[in-house]
Design a protein around this ligand. Structure first.
Ligand code: CMP
Length: 131
C-alpha cells in the first residue's frame, strides 16, 4: 500500500518508480480510500497495540494505492526496499528514508509474510482484478 501521507505529499509516482525499477511486477492496483472501519479490519492484528487508534486514523485520512506485487522472494525484497518501520532508522536510499515523515505516516506498507500477502491481497482484490 502507498499510504495516505505518501499520496498527500505527492510521492506516489516516485515511490511506484522505485518499486518497478527494483524488479517488481504489478499484478493488481487500485486507488481507493479506507474508512476507519475498513482500516481497523485491515490492521486488526495490531488491535491491542498502543498505536492502533492513531494507525487507523492515519490510514483512513486520505486515499491510498493498494497493490499486489510479484517477484521472486517478494516479501523480503520489498521489506528491504522500503526500509525500517521507523523512517528515522531506515537505511539510506530506502523508500521510507526518502519519503516517510514518521512511524505512523511511513509512506508504505508491505506484507510481512507470504500468508499475510495472500490475506492482504484478498482484502483488496477479486480474482478478476489480477493480471
Ligand atoms: P506498517 O508496515 O503499515 O504496519 C503497521 C503500522 O503501524 C506500521 O507500518 C506503522 O505505520 C504503524 N506504527 C505506529 N507506531 C508503531 C510502532 N511503535 N511500532 C510499529 N508500528 C507502528
Amino acid at each position: 500500500m502507498l499510504k495516505p501521507d505518501a499520496v498527500q505529499n505527492g510521492h506516489a509516482g516516485a515511490i511506484l518508480d522505485h518499486i518497478l525499477k527494483a524488479g517488481f511486477r504489478v499484478v493488481a492496483m487500485k486507488y481507493t480510500r479506507l474508512s476507519e472501519d475498513t482500516a481497523g479490519k485491515f490492521y486488526a492484528i495490531h488491535r491491542e497495540r498502543p498505536f492502533y487508534g492513531e494507525l487507523v486514523r492515519c490510514m483512513s485520512s486520505g486515499p491510498i494505492y493498494a497493490a499486489i506485487l510479484e517477484k521472486e522472494n517478494a516479501v523480503e525484497d520489498f521489506r528491504n526496499l522500503i526500509g525500517a518501520t521507523d523512517p528515522a532508522k531506515a537505511a539510506p536510499g530506502t523508500i521510507r528514508q526518502l519519503f516517510a515523515k514518521s512511524i505512523e505516516a511511513n509512506a508504505v506498507h508491505g506484507s510481512d509474510s507470504d500468508d499475510n500477502a495472500d490475506r492482504e491481497g484478498n482484502f483488496f482484490f477479486s480474482e478478476f482484478e489480477r493480471f
